[in-house]
Design a protein around this ligand. Structure first.
Ligand code: SAM
Length: 232
């Protein structure tokens, strides 16, 4: 029996089979599922024959929905929150709600599962130093992006970025210009999906590869520390 509370439920980042038994149980037993995009989540719920009512909690309406969701939890309901992909709260609208619920003294439970950050780090196989830094999305504006990249270029651990597909080339160019053509970057694309691939190289190599094979899809980009002279 699921106790009342807010449940942050991880959902697949591509492959619909990547969902935990506990996530399915929670979605099934919840009184309501709030989703970033109800059409997207409807596909997942239909695949697993889950009939829990699904309501929208898109990031732009999140403030408005916040009070509604918290009052449901306060009234003793079991509310599941899912975002478009992966772990709610990791570079998506889940974070605000989790914080608000905790601040209100309400029970919040993570139902962990797929996360693009974790999958990319596992594939990178970083063993020189156990840490990493997660930056998420860079600013869209050129000057702050470049300033931030320059700062992050001094990190002595891999720095992980989420990036939209049409900005990957821009990212490589900016890294080359701010940190040098020899800086190494790791790219993880379309994780868990049919066209999953990874590539590691200097930005000069990756820019040349990209020019010959422009790619679509979702990407995690990892900036490796300057000292990383990894053997391929
Ligand atoms: N909460 C999610 C998580 O746990 O990973 C991340 C949500 S964030 C709004 C979406 C970004 O995650 C995408 O722009 C992309 O950078 C990354 N991402 C999500 N799914 C991915 C996939 N299958 N392959 C590579 N990157 C992915």
């Amino acid at each position: 029996m699921l106790p009342p509370g807010l449940y942050l439920v991880a959902t697949p980042i591509g492959n619909l089979a990547d969902i935990t038994l506990r996530a399915l149980e929670t979605l099934r037993e919840a009184d309501v599922v709030y989703a970033e995009d109800t059409r997207h989540t409807a596909i997942l719920l239909a695949k697993y024959a889950i009939r829990t009512p699904c309501l929208s909690c898109h990031k732009f309406s999140e403030r408005a929905k916040e009070a509604e969701i918290l009052s449901r939890v306060r009234a003793g309901e079991k509310v599941a929150l899912v975002t478009d992909a992966g772990m709610p709260g990791i570079s998506d609208p889940g974070g605000r709600l989790a914080e608000a619920a905790r601040a209100a003294g309400l029970p919040v439970t993570a139902v962990p599962g797929p996360c693009a950050l974790v999958a990319a780090l596992a594939l990178l196989g970083w063993h020189e130093h156990p840490g990493h830094r997660f930056e998420g999305f860079l600013d869209n504006r050129t000057a702050p992006r470049r300033r931030r990249l320059k700062e992050l270029g001094n990190e002595d651990v891999p720095v992980v970025f989420y990036e939209s597909p049409h900005r990957v080339e821009k990212f490589l160019t900016e890294v080359a210009e701010e940190l040098g053509e020899g800086r190494r970057v790791f790219l993880a694309r379309e994780l868990t999906k049919q066209f999953e691939e990874t590539r590691e190289g200097t930005v000069a190599e990756l820019k040349a590869w990209w020019a010959a094979h422009p790619r679509k899809g979702e990407f995690v980009l990892v900036l490796l520390p300057a000292a990383a002279g990894r053997e391929k």
